[in-house]
Design a protein around this ligand. Structure first.
Ligand code: PGA
Length: 254
């Protein structure tokens, strides 16, 4: 019922020329049947969005375009920021909001994440709202409370239809870029908690919203994660930078 989504978050990697090559190589490794099973998204840096969009359109690729961040305002004196309309006009379908690197390094608050999610939806794009605990929070047994709070704050004020069409990515911070993954059972348990939290506030939307796992996803662990009931896909950092590796993640059943 929920369409599988695998999104590559390239973070601050790849020039626009490198990005074109990666997308072309990735497309050579995927068949129409793969796109039927999995919705494939790449989220390059802003500077590569236009180039990747051009390749996708020229070659009629079924890869969808994602962005890694956005501002919530339509325009204005916000040096260095990017407006939702700018992404929309580049045929961006998905926008990652509240990635832990943005929260931890750049000080994004829950309130900003919520404004961004609303702005993304208002412009016909899908927010991928990231949540997840630090290692210290995990050791203190505070993971559930933190994730519940981030989910409720990130989606606050949305109607059930908007929630159903959004995506939440559970990314334990201690698992990002470290090679350590949450066990499939632990990831599924947190995804279940996220679904329950959403059900309490938004009812049936909880069965329709897609929940991804992120944090050192690779070709060796994706199948185990995907076998879990509550996990609908992956948000993939390091393993999305190489087209062969990313294709292997996407074709997780092989
Ligand atoms: P990673 O990053 O796959 O390199 O751990 C995931 C993410 O931060 O989205």
């Amino acid at each position: 019922m929920r369409r599988v989504l695998v999104a590559g978050n390239w973070k601050m990697h790849k020039t626009h020329l490198e990005a074109i090559q990666v997308v072309q190589k990735l497309s050579y490794r995927l068949d129409p049947a793969d796109y039927e099973r999995v919705e494939v998204v790449v989220a390059p840096p802003f500077t590569a969005l236009r180039s990747v969009q051009t390749v996708i359109e020229a070659d009629h690729l079924l890869i969808r375009l994602g962005a890694q961040n956005v501002h919530w305002k339509d325009e204005g004196a916000f040096t260095g920021e990017i407006a939702p309309r700018m992404l929309q006009s580049l045929s961006v379908s998905y926008v990652i909001v509240g990635h832990s690197e943005r929260r931890e390094i750049f000080g994004e608050t829950d309130e900003w994440v919520n404004r961004k999610a609303k702005a993304v939806l208002a412009h016909g794009m899908v927010p991928i709202v990231c949540v997840g605990e630090t290692e210290a929070e995990r050791d203190e047994g505070a993971s559930e409370d933190k994730v519940r709070r981030q989910v409720l704050a990130g989606l606050a004020g949305l109607d059930p239809e908007a929630v159903a069409g959004s995506v939440v990515a559970y990314e334990p911070i201690w698992a990002i870029g470290t090679g350590r993954t949450a066990s499939a059972d632990d990831a599924d348990a947190m995804a279940a908690l996220i679904r329950e939290t959403i059900a309490d506030r938004w009812g049936d939307a909880a069965e329709r919203i897609r929940i991804l796992y992120g944090g050192s996803v690779n070709p060796g662990n994706i199948a185990g994660l995907m076998a879990k009931r509550n996990i609908d896909g992956g948000l993939v950092g390091g393993a999305s930078l190489d087209p062969d590796t990313f294709a292997s993640v996407i074709r997780y059943w092989m």
